[in-house]
Design a protein around this ligand. Structure first.
Ligand code: 1QQ
Length: 392
């Protein structure tokens, strides 16, 4: 028995020595990689520039619908980009669960262990407020494709976004709603525990004041809240002609459902977070009358847009929303920058992103301004008959 044990031990040691020798081979590869740590993993092979891109998305929990759309959009773009052969992108996707700490540790892993050239995400501005400074300090170009609060690209030179800020979306939607319905009195509701919903509220309040509207009341709520009767009863008694509501889809949809159930039939104006088919899924007919502004409109008569809608619908069995479209264009913007840089060096890709001018995406013709914000005109949509339609 003892002899068998000794034999086993000897075999194990031989195995360990053999594996260590193989590991030596890996070390050679690793040292190549570490030479490129400053610039991100990069290799030019047979004409294609290779790069690793990290994605941080809200994949589980109450906002999983955002992450699903975002990763679907990115995966479709990835297939097309890699098939073209100029750039070869390797994706590493991490779930942030909509939480700051989880988003930050995902970013640290992607930046320091996976050695990505660039980052897409995270989904929420709340998360970007911690990930952005970390990525900027590490010199990793980062593209927010859904982060719309004030001040995101201002975090640093490496932070960009292709989503339109609330400060652009909300006034566009408010103006159209006010012109159409002759609104003079509004009520405001907002989530006071999220960077995006607070930023949307700031814009709603400032815009209402600028437009000379009377703000009857300002009501707040928190993520995950399920009962809004106190706020809505107060609002109903004040008789507003329009409700400005800065919410993520999960809370926003429940608010609309409860509002309609108590007979509050006035239109709602929401920000980017409210612009999701999930609102219709959750609230059904109660979602009718929601007005939002967006850079994305799937029914646009544009060959590129229609091809994307067709491919996406075939692949994922549902139509793409704004979050899918922005993420799809986000990876294309990275691919364009990597191609123009000719290497996957982080600094070179950052500079190439900043230099992108008039890139034709499905959102429109895109360029970045001096801080890294996308320049484009929003379209105003309304939910009518259970569908997003142009608001005219
Ligand atoms: C932000 C947003 C959210 C709606 C993303 C899901 O716009 O956090 O900035």
């Amino acid at each position: 028995m003892k002899n068998v044990k000794i034999l086993l031990l000897a075999l194990t040691m031989m195995m360990a020595m053999f594996l260590a020798a193989c590991g030596g081979g890996n070390e050679a590869t690793n040292s190549n990689e570490s030479k490129e740590q400053v610039g991100g993993d990069a290799e030019k092979s047979a004409g294609a520039v290779e790069a690793k891109i990290g994605v941080i998305a809200w994949m589980t929990g109450s906002g999983a619908g955002y992450g699903e759309a975002i990763t679907n959009g990115i995966n479709l773009a990835l297939e097309e980009i890699n098939a073209k052969g100029e750039v070869k992108i390797d994706l590493v996707v991490e779930d942030s669960a909509g939480k700051q700490e989880q988003a930050l540790s995902a970013a640290q892993k992607l930046i320091n262990s996976d050695n990505v050239t660039g980052l897409i995400g995270p989904t929420l501005s709340t998360e970007m407020n911690v990930v952005g400074p970390e990525a900027d300090l590490a010199g990793v170009p980062t593209m927010g494709t859904s982060t719309t609060a004030q001040g995101i690209p201002e975090i640093g030179d490496y932070i960009f976004r292709d989503s339109i800020p609330e400060s652009l979306a909300i006034p566009a939607a408010m103006q159209k709603a006010i012109d159409k319905y002759g609104v003079k009195k509004v009520a405001i509701m907002y989530g006071n525990d999220d960077v995006f919903t607070k930023s949307g509220f700031d814009t709603m309040k400032a815009t209402a004041e600028e437009m000379g509207l009377e703000i009857l009341t300002i009501e707040t709520f928190q993520k995950g809240q399920s009962d809004y009767n106190a706020q809505l009863t107060k609002i109903k008694n004040l008789n507003p002609e329009l409700i400005l509501c800065s919410a993520l889809y999960n809370e926003g949809a429940v608010i609309m459902d409860q509002a309609r159930k108590m007979g509050l039939t006035v239109p709602f104006v929401g920000g980017n977070g409210f612009n999701s088919p999930e609102v219709i899924k959750i609230a059904g007919d109660a979602a009718n009358g929601l007005i939002v502004a967006t850079p994305w409109f799937g029914a646009k008569e544009d060959a590129k847009v229609q091809e994307f809608v067709k491919k996406y619908t075939e692949k994922f069995g549902k139509e793409p929303d704004q979050f899918a479209a922005q993420a799809y264009d986000g990876l294309y913007l990275f691919a364009e920058a990597i191609k123009n840089a000719g290497e996957a060096d982080r600094d070179a890709v950052r500079d190439a992103l900043a230099e992108i001018k008039d890139f034709e995406g499905i959102l429109g013709v895109m360029s970045f301004d001096e801080v890294g914000d996308i320049v484009m005109d929003p379209t105003v949509l309304v939910i009518d008959g259970g569908q997003f339609k142009l608001f005219e």
